[in-house]
Design a protein around this ligand. Structure first.
Ligand code: 13P
Length: 264
């Protein structure tokens, strides 16, 4: 089953309304591969979602960077899945390592406590149940990689989600090794391929062959215009989740890495 290339731009906590308008106009003017070969989703901070949604070219979509784990209510500072649905925001990024690490949505190898793992799993399940599509992030720290725990960590993070959902149609899994995020130290194509392929095998064994074959596993961590094509050429790399470079014109080149697949 062919998996459509997927490129997400995670703008994180960056930008002013002027800067946002500038990025949107670069994206709107960019010559990009057809929507038949690539899904493009950009994720501005919450406050800019309506602006971006209303001004972005129609074939590109928007994602929130987080949402609350259940129905909204007395949760100061949170944004509920229902609100995103209400504003017609189709996607949400959940379980990003910055939230896992800085805001305790974490499952460090030393702290595989169910409560934290299930927090991200519950968020994914709740968002899907409300009709959102989810970019679910997994990935190991440098310490975990160096101790040989990469697949254990990634499997545990994926399991926490798998135990809570039965339909993977609206899930994209983003493998983002923490050591590669914002460091300029990109995973080599072989390193990315190895984890993506292991993760696909995990899905095959623990979920189903269909889910393993059809779920897009995208790579994130220092993706740039310079390294995207080589990464995209890997058979199990189905796209990217891009941070820093998604705020720059080179994001258009990264979107066009999709042509590596479509011409393969
Ligand atoms: O965290 C990321 C995307 O979610 C990756 O960030 P960088 O591309 O800046 O390394």
């Amino acid at each position: 089953m062919a998996r459509k290339f997927f490129v997400g731009g995670n703008w994180k906590c960056n930008g002013t309304s002027e800067e946002v308008k500038k990025i949107v106009s670069i994206l709107n003017d960019g010559k990009v591969a057809s929507a038949d070969v690539v899904d493009v989703v950009v994720s501005p901070p919450f406050v800019f979602l309506p602006l971006v949604k209303s001004s972005l070219r129609p074939e590109f979509h928007v994602a929130a960077q987080n949402c609350w784990v259940k129905k909204g209510g007395a949760y100061t500072g949170e944004i509920s899945a229902e609100m995103l649905v209400n504003l017609d925001i189709p996607w949400v990024i959940l379980g990003h390592s910055e939230r896992r690490q800085l805001l305790s949505e974490s499952n460090e190898a030393s702290c595989l406590c169910a409560k934290r793992l299930y927090f991200v799993g519950d968020k994914v399940a709740y968002a899907l149940s409300k009709g959102l599509k989810v970019i679910a992030c997994v990935g190991e720290t440098l310490e975990q990689r160096e101790s040989g725990a990469t697949m254990d960590v990634v499997a545990a993070q994926t399991k926490a989600i798998a135990e809570r959902i039965s339909d993977w149609t609206n899930v994209v899994v983003a493998y983002e090794p923490v050591w590669a995020i914002g460091t300029g130290k990109v995973a080599t194509p072989a390193q990315a391929q190895e984890v993506h392929s292991e993760l696909r095998k995990w899905l095959q064994t623990n979920v189903s062959a269909d889910v393993a074959a059809s779920t897009r596993i995208i790579y994130g961590g220092s993706v740039s215009g310079a390294n995207c094509k080589e990464l995209a050429a890997q058979p199990d790399v189905d796209g990217f989740l891009v941070g820093g470079a998604s705020l720059k014109p080179e994001f258009v080149d990264i979107i066009n890495a999709a042509t590596v697949k479509s011409s393969a």
